[in-house]
Design a protein around this ligand. Structure first.
Ligand code: ATP
Length: 381
């Protein structure tokens, strides 16, 4: 081989070796990509892990509680670091082996889950319920304002009351009025939300709510739709029913746990007194039952006066006659009539409400189902 031929061969070898290193670099990149895609694919194939709470640890085993309230005795994987009761962990769905601990980022802030306020509702804002208002004042307001009177006389007032009656009759209003008149913190819980939204957390929530009530005392804990929590139990087959029961038991424990003259009072409200578990109304619990009925003729007139006091009414509006045409209407419906009448006037470009507006509104509220969230804005469209 002469020199020229050798040079040509060298350059061919060089170009092959460059090409070869390019190819091996490309192969490496492709392998990396394949591996990454495989990893991704594995992630898609892997079943989700369960989030559960550790109740107890026994060496390499633990008792965990699932979100539905069920508890299991499970293994702790060697990969998992040290865990302790109260930790939140991830467990395999099939065999519930604890695989990982997750940092507890959730700071339980009860105030973001319940309504806590200092309401400004005067007894004068409530129409047709003077007997009920008087009773509430006697059993809730008086002990909060004058506990020494009860000590002197030697009687213990009820820890709480139960308001029952049709929807929209003023139960919440009464509870707010007593919170207002006693300058108490008003803590409102909707029992159905407690059991539906906070699955597995209901009992804890109840505990925290009462802790908050004691911290912010004097306070009124208002439990709306109490029947969702305290309905008579027929069977306890499903974990959901057991969960409701646990929350209810916690509520009873909280009620039993405080003294009648502690400055925390409970006001329960329900539209379904018939299905309530008698445990809640047993002596020493919510043992004062107060019926909040649909308003009678005079009551309807009082409510109508309250809700129309700031409205500009034409002289032809006769509230007495109007109240007669509102039979079977609740306070909330009477209020809705006033609002509807106002809208009739606005739609006709008037600022004064006529008798006709009122009559049309009564008709509308009576015959049309009031859909929640109705879009009043349509009228501008
Ligand atoms: P629910 O059972 O549906 O919770 P409720 O009995 O608690 O209803 P409220 O929420 O107190 O009823 O009433 C709704 C609204 O209707 C009140 O904010 C108030 O404006 C009006 N209202 C109801 N009853 C009366 C009343 N007796 N006097 C004045 N306004 C009333």
């Amino acid at each position: 081989m002469n020199v020229k031929e050798k040079n040509i061969l060298d350059s061919v070898i060089y170009s092959y070796s460059t090409e070869s290193s390019q190819i091996s670099e490309e192969t490496r990149i492709l392998k990396d990509t394949v591996n990454k895609m495989r990893e991704e694919l594995e992630k898609f194939k892997a079943p989700p892990l369960m989030v559960c709470e550790v109740r107890n640890v026994f060496g390499k085993d633990a008792v965990v509680r699932l979100p539905n309230g069920n508890q299991f005795y499970v293994n702790i994987s060697n990969e998992c670091g040290k865990i302790k009761p109260g930790d939140v962990v991830l467990a395999d769905q099939k065999n519930l082996v604890i695989t990982r601990k997750i940092p507890s980022t959730r700071k339980f802030d009860i105030e973001s889950f319940v309504i806590v306020e200092k309401p400004k509702v005067s007894w004068d804002n409530i129409g047709g319920l003077s007997a009920q208002a008087n009773e509430i004042r006697e059993v809730v307001e008086l002990p909060l304002k004058k506990p020494e009177l009860f000590k002197k006389v030697g009687i213990t007032p009820p820890k709480g009351i139960l308001l029952y009656g049709a929807p929209g009759t003023g139960k919440t209003l009464l509870a707010k009025a007593v919170a207002s008149s006693t300058d108490s913190t008003f803590i409102q819980i909707v029992a159905s939300e407690l059991v539906q939204k906070f699955i597995g957390e209901g009992a804890k929530m109840v505990k925290e709510i009462f802790e908050l009530a004691r911290k912010r005392a004097p306070s009124i804990v208002f439990i709306d739709e109490l029947d969702a929590l305290a309905a008579k139990r027929i069977e306890m087959g499903t974990s959901g029913e057991r969960e409701v029961n646990r929350t209810f038991m916690q509520l009873l424990a909280e009620i039993d746990g405080f003294h009648p003259l502690d400055n925390v009072k409970i006001v329960g409200a329900t539209n379904r007194r018939d299905i309530l578990d008698p445990a809640i109304t047993r002596p020493g619990r919510l043992d004062r039952l107060i019926h909040v009925p649909l308003p009678k003729k005079e009551g309807r007139l009082e409510i109508l006066k309250i809700h129309s006091q700031n409205m500009s009414l034409e002289p032809d509006v006769d509230l007495i006659n109007l109240s007669l045409s509102m039979e079977d209407m609740s306070g909330a419906e009477i209020k809705a009539v006033c609002t509807e009448a106002g809208y009739f006037a606005i739609r006709s470009n008037r600022t004064k409400i006529t008798r006709d507006d009122m009559l049309k509104a009564v008709d509308k509220v009576k015959h049309e189902e009031l859909e929640e969230g109705r879009d009043y804005m349509n009228m501008f469209g």
